[in-house]
Design a protein around this ligand. Structure first.
Ligand code: FES
Length: 157
């Protein structure tokens, strides 16, 4: 039996422990914001957070997430207004959109770890997430904007 929290809701899973977490999220919980891209941890479309750390759900077996807290794009912010999501909308980052949930989850984890990332930090982390539409310039700008709005929020708070 695997027990896990997904976006703050507790779940119990007694199926195949080798099943990828991505299948569980999409097919069993209906959380289809997380995408299947390559299936071999090479593109980042399936990026989610496991206990706050980014992970590729396509290669994460259910057995590895027992007792963890999973966050998907649906649970990143209750109102869809995480600073990364706001910046993404303001800068119109998405093109086709397929990679974007994974990009946003990777970027949110980056900003949680490094509140004011350098270009090198951004490039190093975000290289795990591919965008076939080539939105990389807007992604980097949006991460910087989100970092600024997060630090402004901290000063105001
Ligand atoms: Fe199309 Fe990234 S926006 S793959």
């Amino acid at each position: 039996m695997v027990t896990l929290s997904v976006n703050g809701i507790e779940h119990r899973f007694d199926g195949d422990p080798d099943m990828p977490l991505l299948w569980y999220l999409r097919d069993e919980l209906g959380l289809t914001g997380t995408k299947f891209g390559c299936g071999v941890a090479q593109c980042g479309a399936c990026t989610i957070h496991v206990d706050g750390q980014p992970a590729f759900s396509c290669v994460t077996p259910m057995s590895l997430v027992n007792g963890t807290k999973i966050t998907t794009i649906e649970g990143l912010a209750n109102d869809g207004n995480h600073p990364v999501q706001v910046a993404w909308r303001e800068l119109n980052v998405a093109q086709c959109g397929y990679c974007q949930a994974g990009q946003i989850m990777q970027a949110a984890a980056l900003l949680a770890a490094i509140p004011n990332p350098s270009d090198q930090d951004i490039n190093g982390t975000m290289s795990a997430n591919l965008c076939r539409c080539g939105t990389y310039t807007r992604i980097r700008a949006a991460i910087k904007q989100a970092a600024q709005s997060q630090s402004a929020g901290r000063r105001a708070g």
